[in-house]
Design a protein around this ligand. Structure first.
Ligand SMILES: [Zn+2]
Length: 222
C-alpha cells in the first residue's frame, strides 16, 4: 500500500524547510523488532512541495507502540495493561512490586508505559499471575516490604486464595518455606483452628471447632 492521506495541515516541512501544505496519512511499513519483521500501517506525513514523506516524533512513537503490540502478540508476551492488571491484583504500586521482585525502580513503570519487556521478566510476571506462585515469592521476599505493604498483600492473597479473612490481620508469621512449610497445610490449619490466630477476637461458632485441639506446628511441615 502506498501513502494514503486523510487530512492536511499547514506546517514547515522538515525536509525542504518550506512552509506549505502537509498531508497526514498512513503507509504500510516494516519495522524490525528484536530481529523479527513486523508490518504495520505507519503514521506518516507528506510534504506537498517536495513530495517527501517523513514521520514526526509523535508518529514514530505511535508506530513503535503499534509494532510492539503486534510483536508481543506474536511472541506471546504480556501487553502493558495485562502487566498492570497482575500488579494491581495484589494491591501493589509499581515501586512496591518492583521491590518485591528485586527489579529496578522504573522497570515496571517502563513496561506498563509501553516499553518492550525483557523475556525473563515477562515469564516471571506470567507465573505471578497465579496467586499460589505469588504467595511463594511473597513469603521469600516479604522482608523487603513495609508492614503496611505486607498487610495489603495478605488481604489480597486472602481474597484470591479464599483463606479466612482473619489471616490478613493475624500477626502470626508462617514458618519459612525452607523449613519444609507447605502452604496448603497452613491454609487447612487456619481454616480448622480459628483460636490459633494471634490478635483475633473471633470466637469459633462451630462447637466441633471449639472442642478441637490445635495442631502442632510440626504437623504443618512436610
Ligand atoms: Zn518539503
Amino acid at each position: 500500500m502506498s501513502f494514503s492521506s486523510h487530512t492536511k495541515a499547514v506546517a514547515i516541512c522538515p525536509i525542504c524547510e518550506q512552509e506549505g501544505s502537509i498531508e497526514i496519512g498512513r503507509q504500510v511499513e516494516t519495522l524490525k523488532i528484536r530481529g523479527k519483521a513486523i508490518q504495520i500501517e505507519a503514521y506518516l506525513e507528506r510534504c506537498t512541495i517536495c513530495n517527501e514523506t517523513f514521520a514526526t516524533t509523535e508518529d514514530e512513537e505511535k508506530n513503535i507502540q503499534t509494532a510492539y503490540r503486534l510483536y508481543r502478540q506474536e511472541a506471546k508476551l504480556l501487553q502493558p495493561e495485562e502487566i498492570s492488571k497482575i500488579r494491581t491484583k495484589y494491591g501493589l504500586s509499581q515501586k512496591a512490586f518492583a521491590r518485591l521482585l528485586g527489579w529496578g525502580e522504573i522497570t515496571l513503570h517502563r513496561y506498563e508505559s509501553g516499553a518492550l519487556q525483557d523475556e525473563v521478566h515477562n515469564d516471571l510476571l506470567l507465573l505471578l499471575d497465579n496467586p499460589n506462585n505469588f504467595s511463594t515469592i511473597f513469603e521469600k521476599n516479604r522482608n523487603r516490604m513495609t508492614a503496611k505493604q505486607v498487610q495489603k498483600i495478605q488481604e489480597k492473597l486472602s481474597e484470591l486464595l479464599q483463606l479466612p479473612a482473619v489471616l490478613a490481620t493475624s500477626t502470626l508469621i508462617p514458618p519459612p518455606m525452607s523449613s519444609g512449610f507447605v502452604f496448603d497445610k497452613w491454609k487447612h490449619f487456619l481454616e480448622q483452628d480459628p483460636y490459633f490466630y494471634e490478635g483475633t477476637t473471633n470466637q469459633p461458632q462451630n462447637k466441633n471447632i471449639q472442642e478441637m485441639k490445635p495442631p502442632t506446628l510440626l504437623s504443618l511441615v512436610a
